[in-house]
Design a protein. Structure first.
Length: 259
């Protein structure tokens, strides 16, 4: 006789919903799936393997990387970042929180006009792994509506606040039509360690297919000093800088954390 707890039922339901509703990647790329496997063990406990990993990088031999920018607060840093990207002719992917997008429609529209991608950074800036599936879904769907209203379109990429995730977060995001995106290289600009440090860190750690984390929130006080040198340095190393959707066209999703 198999003993199934309420927690088990909730997890099985979440997995089933994700497999049914997920919409997949751009360019015809399907979301990776693994079959549900029920493994009876001692005392007839139902065991589900951990299979829900986010995207950290793209497995490719093409010399290309993606610069990504999270924004949750402030209005001073984002225009500076956008101006640098315009001058350097770089298109990137921005992960915007819903409340910030509502308050700063003109900046959101400038991001879109410049040809950058808009992904979701959720609604309330909280560690979603501490919450039940319903709360995670509400966070993602609320942000989706705000971003759709502000930007007109939203790329199917979700970066959870603080990069915090668990299986429920990843599976719920897929059920809402989003691929959870973390990063392979952290510039640490949110710590404001100095432009030299950030430039050296990114250039040393970058690799083919890397997703690079930066911020255009006002808490990132030095990114405008480091960003031009990061862009020039990456190009000197032979890298092309492309939005995330284009990077995914060059290879397969990398789901093993390289950090």
């Amino acid at each position: 006789m198999l003993v199934v707890t309420r927690r088990t039922v909730m997890l099985v339901g979440a997995c089933a919903a994700c497999l049914t509703l997920a919409i997949g990647f751009l360019a015809g790329r399907g979301v990776e799936r693994s079959a549900d496997r029920y493994v009876p063990v001692t005392e007839s406990i139902l065991v589900l393997p951990r299979t829900s990993m986010p995207l950290f990088y793209v497995k490719t031999e093409e010399p290309a990387v993606t610069l990504t920018f999270d924004i949750s607060w402030g209005r001073e840093t984002a225009p500076r970042v956008l101006e640098i990207l315009r001058e350097k002719n770089v298109r990137s992917t921005f992960f915007l929180s819903g409340p910030w997008a509502r308050r700063h429609l003109e900046i959101v529209q400038e991001i879109v006009r410049a040809g950058h991608e808009v992904g979701s950074h959720g609604d309330a800036h909280i560690n979603l792994s501490r919450y039940a599936r319903d709360a995670v879904e509400e966070n993602i769907r609320t942000a989706h509506e705000d971003l759709l209203s502000a930007a007109g379109r939203v790329a199917p990429f979700f970066r959870p606040p603080n990069g915090d995730y668990d299986d429920v977060v990843v599976e719920t995001a897929r059920a809402c039509g989003y691929e959870t995106v973390i990063w392979a290289v952290d510039s640490l600009d949110w710590k404001n360690p100095g432009a030299d440090y950030m430039v050296d860190r990114v250039l040393r750690r970058a690799f083919k297919g890397a997703i690079i984390l930066m911020h255009a929130s006002d808490s990132s006080k030095q990114i405008h000093e480091a960003l031009p040198r990061v862009i020039d340095g990456l190009r000197e190393k032979g890298y092309r800088l492309v939005p995330l959707s284009q990077l995914l066209e060059l290879g397969d999703p990398g789901r093993d954390d390289p950090r």
